[in-house]
Design a protein around this ligand. Structure first.
Ligand code: AMO
Length: 448
């Protein structure tokens, strides 16, 4: 018995008898001819059952979309005028000799049917099989791969951060409680405290993991569970070192996407952005001055940027600097978490930044407080009890270098890269207020 070959390799087997395995993409009947488009992980090919192979023809007549089959067939080169130039394997066709049904399927609609987002989300095990969804998550997989590759090359060590934690670093408001333990625990909103602790161990670290936010609203950019791409590194001069490595990392990721995912970007009609050597940067107050001058809208007293301001600043960066990205630095300390370093030359403002991309914040980063006594003071200033952070504080008692890092939302980055309207389209299995896989009915009691 021969081994299965992948559909992409059929071109190398013209006139040979082969075995291919896969999913029925679609079946088309033309008189006595039954055409089955078969897809596997490597591609898609047209196969045809002719009436002279009686058994195979009869089996093929039963097939429906998504049935899983093994086909024994002969690879034929198509005559010139039958070549389908739109398909990668358009010049070959497999003449079916045997069909083995590995599994039947019953689907609510054809996977390529035009559907709304809710129907898409209700049927993810099926709808993730569309070319569009596959392209989105191939791109996403490449982002994490490039993220890891770059950081490994730079001498960073990957680590796994816990998701069940005692105290939440990012503040209590949107933290999920876990009631199982003797004390209330939380789902980690980020790996923040652990990546800092790990700087004391390896100096340069990164982690890719799920984090949890009890967002109060369901929006096109908020998820309750997302993937955070985090780095943290020691012995920095200040936050600008973190911006620099973030800049280089983005360039590396975009170059990798250009090289490996051009086909997916074409299919999604999206464009890989150029990343400048130096992404433009400005302080929040400068940005607010520009907004006021150019639009007449006075947001000078605001401690943060509203979504419309983020969008406007990105358009401005595009016009002014030909950049898809812009760093906004120096947010007021009142708006930043307790571990953030205050700029000694600009009191009241943080040595930190947000990175905006195509209208949305995709990254937050900063230099951190690295001295024990200052950190204890910072906790108290935020009304937090240092005793509750005693585990984390041990790192600082044990000596910590000046350090900093950033967190980047994988799904937001993917959505913006691919011009998707809703971050949920760039999330494999999105969780929000209304949905954990299925829609959450409001009629059900919270505890059963
Ligand atoms: P922050 O809370 O700003 O910073 O989060 C970092 C990045 O995570 C993404 N993000 C989200 N994505 C989807 N749904 C959400 N609800 C959501 N919330 C945040 C965004 C955001 O820029 N510990 C710091 C990072 C650091 O300083 O290293 C932190 O978590 O892309």
């Amino acid at each position: 018995m021969k081994n299965r070959i992948y559909i992409k390799d059929l071109k190398d087997h013209i006139d040979e008898e082969i075995i291919i395995d896969g999913f029925v993409d679609v079946r088309r009947d033309h008189g006595k001819l039954i055409f089955i488009d078969l897809r596997d992980m490597s591609g898609k090919v047209q196969t045809v059952a002719l009436p002279n192979h009686k058994e195979a023809h009869s089996a093929a007549s039963k097939l429906r979309s998504e049935w899983v089959v093994e086909i024994v067939g002969k690879v034929n080169k198509r005559p010139e005028k039958m070549v389908n130039k739109n398909e990668e394997l358009g010049e070959v066709e497999v003449e079916i000799m045997e069909v083995k049904i590995l599994s039947e399927a019953e689907i609510p609609f054809e996977k390529d049917a035009v559907i709304n987002l809710d129907t898409h989300l209700d049927n993810l095990p099926l709808t993730l099989r569309t070319e569009k969804a596959k392209a989105i998550f191939k791109v996403q997989a490449e982002i994490t791969k490039a993220f890891r590759k770059f950081l490994n090359q730079e001498g960073f060590t990957e680590f796994q951060a816990p998701k069940l934690i005692g105290e939440d670093a990012e503040g209590g408001a949107n933290s999920f409680d876990v009631t199982y333990f003797k004390h209330i625990a939380h789902l980690a909103q980020s790996p923040q405290l652990y990546k800092q602790i790990m700087v004391g161990v390896f100096e340069k670290v990164f982690t890719v993991g799920n984090v949890y936010r009890a967002e109060k609203h369901s929006t096109t950019r908020h998820l309750n569970e997302y993937t955070s791409l985090d780095i943290e590194m020691g012995f920095i001069k200040d936050h600008t070192d973190i911006m620099k490595i973030g800049n280089r990392l983005l360039k590396f990721i975009m170059d990798a996407l250009k090289e490996t995912r051009a086909k997916e970007f074409d299919l999604l009609k999206a464009k890989v952005p150029e990343v400048l050597e130096n992404i433009p940067a400005m302080k929040l107050r400068e940005a607010q001055e520009i907004i006021k001058k150019e639009t007449g809208e006075d947001c000078l007293k605001e401690p943060d940027l509203e979504p419309q301001h983020e969008r406007w600043l990105c358009e401005y960066a595009q016009k002014q600097f030909a950049s898809d990205f812009i760093f906004i630095t120096h947010f007021p300390m009142t708006k930043r978490p307790f571990y953030t370093y205050e700029d000694e030359n600009d009191p009241g403002y943080a040595k930190g930044f947000d990175l905006l991309f195509r209208g949305v914040e995709i990254t937050t980063g900063a230099e951190r407080i690295h001295k024990y006594t200052e950190l204890v003071e910072a906790l108290k200033k935020k009304g937090l009890n240092p005793d509750k952070f005693s585990f984390y504080l041990q790192a600082f008692k044990s000596g910590m270098p000046p350090h900093g890092g950033f967190g980047m939302g994988l799904e937001r980055l993917t959505a913006k890269l691919l011009d998707l309207e809703n971050v949920k389209e760039a999330t494999l299995f999105p969780r929000d207020l209304n949905r954990i896989d299925v829609l959450l009915s409001t009629d059900k009691p919270k505890k059963e």
